[in-house]
Design a protein around this ligand. Structure first.
Ligand SMILES: O=C(O)c1ccccc1N[C@@H]1O[C@H](COP(=O)(O)O)[C@@H](O)[C@H]1O
Length: 218
């Protein structure tokens, strides 16, 4: 199966275009007001139309209630929901049933202990995204450019597709994939010139670097 490359936190037509033309498989939009990448419903509606049929649209939320989820889904028309907060297994199941969309649950990993939560989530969601744990005083649970110890995923036998994120860049993506054997990679800060400001050249360079690893393994 080919590697899934996701560019997250897109918020302008120009940078979305760079991701789409560059060959991103998934494009992510952040619905979380404290984030520098937060998109309003109007912006999400326009970007959603631009991305339609060209890549998988991902709506990222953090412990959102049903009303906020409904509004973001109505605006973006996503293909999948990325739940990046402390959503419980029961809440993930509930969201899937209510909204009828596939769910990718983000799990923050710092030690092997956090992987104990995996079977519960694996039973209810469609995809797992491993990310670094945010510091206690962080204003958001992700999108911080923080890397986790990829060796924690070494030899992981998960019967579900999984992706890796957290501090990825064009320079380290090959190493992350070599160690984790993930089926996909997700990036936000690593393709930005400043928090929330995506750089089209960095987007293209990251996609190229990730694709180059496929050539090494196929
Ligand atoms: O991007 C954000 O602002 C964000 C806010 C809240 C939760 C998650 C967020 N981003 C996701 O975090 C990971 C890692 O990002 P980075 O590459 O280390 O910056 C990625 O999945 C983003 O989609």
């Amino acid at each position: 199966m080919s590697l899934i490359v996701k560019i997250c936190g897109l918020s302008t037509p120009e940078t979305l275009d760079a991701a789409l033309v560059g060959g991103a498989d998934m494009v992510g939009f952040v619905f979380f007001p404290p984030s520098p990448r937060h998109v309003t419903l109007d912006v999400a509606r326009a970007l959603g139309k631009q991305a339609k049929g060209r890549a998988v649209k991902v709506a990222l939320s953090v412990d959102a209630d049903d009303a906020d989820l409904e509004n973001s889904i109505d605006a973006l028309r996503p293909d999948i929901l990325q739940l990046h907060g402390r959503e419980s297994v029961a809440r993930v199941r509930d969201i899937k049933q209510k909204f009828g969309l596939p769910v990718m649950k983000a799990l923050a990993v710092e030690t092997r202990a956090e992987l104990a939560a995996l079977p519960g989530y694996a039973a209810v969601c469609d995809r797992i995204l491993f990310d670094a744990k945010a510091p206690k005083d962080a204003t958001r649970p992700g999108g911080l450019g923080a890397v986790f110890d990829w060796h924690l995923l070494e030899g992981l036998d998960l019967k579900l597709p999984f992706m890796v994120s957290g501090g990825l860049t064009a320079a380290n993506v090959a190493e992350a994939l070599r160690i984790t054997r993930a089926g996909g990679v997700d990036i936000s800060s690593g393709v930005e010139s400043a928090p929330g400001i995506k750089d089209p050249d960095m987007i293209r360079a990251f996609i190229r670097a990730a694709r180059a690893t496929e050539e090494l393994t196929t």
